[in-house]
Design a protein. Structure first.
Length: 115
Protein backbone atom coordinates (compact mmCIF):
# COMPACT_ATOMS: atom_id res chain seq x y z
CA UNK A 1 0.00 0.00 0.00
CA UNK A 2 1.47 3.32 -1.09
CA UNK A 3 0.43 6.21 1.13
CA UNK A 4 0.96 9.95 1.18
CA UNK A 5 0.28 12.27 4.12
CA UNK A 6 -0.99 15.79 3.46
CA UNK A 7 -2.12 18.14 6.26
CA UNK A 8 -2.26 15.20 8.66
CA UNK A 9 -4.53 13.17 6.35
CA UNK A 10 -3.14 9.83 5.13
CA UNK A 11 -4.11 9.02 1.53
CA UNK A 12 -3.96 5.48 0.18
CA UNK A 13 -2.74 6.04 -3.37
CA UNK A 14 -3.74 2.52 -4.37
CA UNK A 15 -7.43 3.45 -4.41
CA UNK A 16 -9.27 6.16 -6.32
CA UNK A 17 -10.68 9.16 -4.49
CA UNK A 18 -13.82 11.17 -5.20
CA UNK A 19 -14.05 14.93 -4.79
CA UNK A 20 -17.06 16.91 -3.55
CA UNK A 21 -18.77 17.00 -6.96
CA UNK A 22 -18.23 13.30 -7.71
CA UNK A 23 -15.19 13.37 -9.97
CA UNK A 24 -12.95 10.36 -9.50
CA UNK A 25 -9.23 11.04 -9.05
CA UNK A 26 -6.57 8.34 -9.41
CA UNK A 27 -2.86 8.36 -8.78
CA UNK A 28 -0.84 8.22 -12.00
CA UNK A 29 2.05 6.42 -10.32
CA UNK A 30 4.27 9.49 -10.74
CA UNK A 31 5.44 12.25 -8.42
CA UNK A 32 6.29 15.93 -8.84
CA UNK A 33 9.84 17.13 -8.30
CA UNK A 34 8.72 18.06 -4.75
CA UNK A 35 7.63 14.45 -4.10
CA UNK A 36 3.89 15.09 -4.33
CA UNK A 37 1.82 12.38 -6.03
CA UNK A 38 0.26 13.35 -9.37
CA UNK A 39 -3.48 12.71 -9.59
CA UNK A 40 -5.57 12.48 -12.75
CA UNK A 41 -9.33 12.98 -13.10
CA UNK A 42 -11.42 10.20 -14.65
CA UNK A 43 -12.23 12.33 -17.71
CA UNK A 44 -8.58 12.93 -18.48
CA UNK A 45 -6.76 16.22 -18.54
CA UNK A 46 -3.37 17.09 -17.19
CA UNK A 47 -2.31 15.49 -13.89
CA UNK A 48 -2.33 17.69 -10.80
CA UNK A 49 -0.42 17.31 -7.52
CA UNK A 50 -2.52 15.80 -4.75
CA UNK A 51 -2.25 18.92 -2.52
CA UNK A 52 -3.64 21.03 -5.39
CA UNK A 53 -6.51 18.61 -5.94
CA UNK A 54 -7.18 18.57 -2.20
CA UNK A 55 -7.19 22.37 -1.98
CA UNK A 56 -9.26 23.03 -5.12
CA UNK A 57 -11.59 20.02 -5.19
CA UNK A 58 -11.44 18.49 -1.70
CA UNK A 59 -12.07 16.94 0.58
CA UNK A 60 -11.22 13.70 -1.17
CA UNK A 61 -13.11 10.59 -0.17
CA UNK A 62 -11.52 7.17 -0.81
CA UNK A 63 -13.64 4.90 -2.98
CA UNK A 64 -14.43 1.39 -1.85
CA UNK A 65 -13.73 -1.36 -4.36
CA UNK A 66 -16.78 -1.99 -6.51
CA UNK A 67 -18.58 -5.20 -5.58
CA UNK A 68 -18.69 -8.12 -7.97
CA UNK A 69 -21.95 -9.56 -9.29
CA UNK A 70 -21.74 -12.39 -6.75
CA UNK A 71 -21.30 -9.91 -3.90
CA UNK A 72 -24.31 -7.86 -5.06
CA UNK A 73 -26.50 -10.97 -5.24
CA UNK A 74 -25.36 -12.09 -1.79
CA UNK A 75 -26.10 -8.63 -0.36
CA UNK A 76 -29.59 -8.49 -1.86
CA UNK A 77 -30.67 -12.05 -1.13
CA UNK A 78 -28.76 -12.49 2.12
CA UNK A 79 -27.75 -15.90 0.78
CA UNK A 80 -24.09 -16.35 -0.21
CA UNK A 81 -25.02 -19.58 -2.04
CA UNK A 82 -27.36 -17.64 -4.33
CA UNK A 83 -24.36 -15.64 -5.46
CA UNK A 84 -23.05 -18.70 -7.27
CA UNK A 85 -26.28 -19.14 -9.26
CA UNK A 86 -26.20 -18.15 -12.94
CA UNK A 87 -27.67 -14.84 -14.05
CA UNK A 88 -31.10 -14.82 -15.64
CA UNK A 89 -30.85 -14.29 -19.35
CA UNK A 90 -34.52 -14.00 -20.27
CA UNK A 91 -37.27 -11.84 -18.83
CA UNK A 92 -38.27 -13.58 -15.57
CA UNK A 93 -41.68 -11.91 -15.28
CA UNK A 94 -44.92 -12.68 -17.06
CA UNK A 95 -45.98 -10.09 -19.63
CA UNK A 96 -48.10 -7.17 -18.47
CA UNK A 97 -51.84 -7.50 -19.25
CA UNK A 98 -51.62 -5.09 -22.18
CA UNK A 99 -48.97 -7.32 -23.77
CA UNK A 100 -51.13 -10.47 -23.56
CA UNK A 101 -52.98 -11.28 -26.74
CA UNK A 102 -56.29 -12.12 -25.01
CA UNK A 103 -56.50 -8.82 -23.18
CA UNK A 104 -55.43 -6.91 -26.26
CA UNK A 105 -58.15 -8.63 -28.30
CA UNK A 106 -60.66 -7.82 -25.57
CA UNK A 107 -59.72 -4.13 -25.79
CA UNK A 108 -59.96 -4.28 -29.57
CA UNK A 109 -63.46 -5.73 -29.33
CA UNK A 110 -64.48 -2.86 -27.07
CA UNK A 111 -63.08 -0.40 -29.57
CA UNK A 112 -64.92 -2.09 -32.46
CA UNK A 113 -68.17 -2.07 -30.48
CA UNK A 114 -67.89 1.68 -29.88
CA UNK A 115 -67.68 2.49 -33.60
Amino acid sequence: MTTYTHDGVVFDLGVSHVDVIGIEWSWTGRYTTDGEPLMEAEGGGSPLPLPTVYRDHGPLIPMSPRPSHAQRVAAITGDPVAASLPRLTGHPFVPAPLEQSTFRSFLASLHRGAS
